[in-house]
Design a protein around this ligand. Structure first.
Ligand SMILES: [Zn+2]
Length: 113
């Protein structure tokens, strides 16, 4: 049910933006979701589409961009893609990774008229 409350939050943000910017209609929303954000994009989309049914937001297109998880080794400084949630440096084999990207959860774009 985590995704459903998230969808609810997104709808509240969009509604606020509409009022603030004097928009009457939103066409497209683009979301950025990190691979490690603990959000299932399909569930989020499903929840979103259920919640906007028969509201002024019905028909809004939701675009979800997945951000790959990247980390940097705190021992040797190498940047790499974190695969399978393995927090071990492929270069020197040490644990101790700073996560650079992959935890994002944000609205990057909102197009409307
Ligand atoms: Zn390393």
């Amino acid at each position: 049910m985590h995704e459903l409350s998230l969808a609810q939050n997104i709808i509240e943000i969009i509604t606020g933006e509409l009022l603030e910017n004097g928009l009457t209609k939103v066409d497209t929303i683009t979301l950025k979701i990190g691979e490690m954000a603990q959000v299932l994009p399909d569930s989020l989309r499903f929840g979103f589409e259920c919640l906007i049914r028969e509201t002024p937001l019905e028909g809004v297109k939701l675009i979800i961009e997945i951000v790959p998880a990247k980390g940097r080794c705190m021992s040797c400084g190498k940047n790499f893609i974190i695969e399978n949630r393995e927090f071990i440096c492929p270069e020197c084999g040490k644990a101790g990774i700073e996560v650079l990207t992959g935890k994002e959860l944000e609205i990057v774009e909102l197009e409307g008229t």
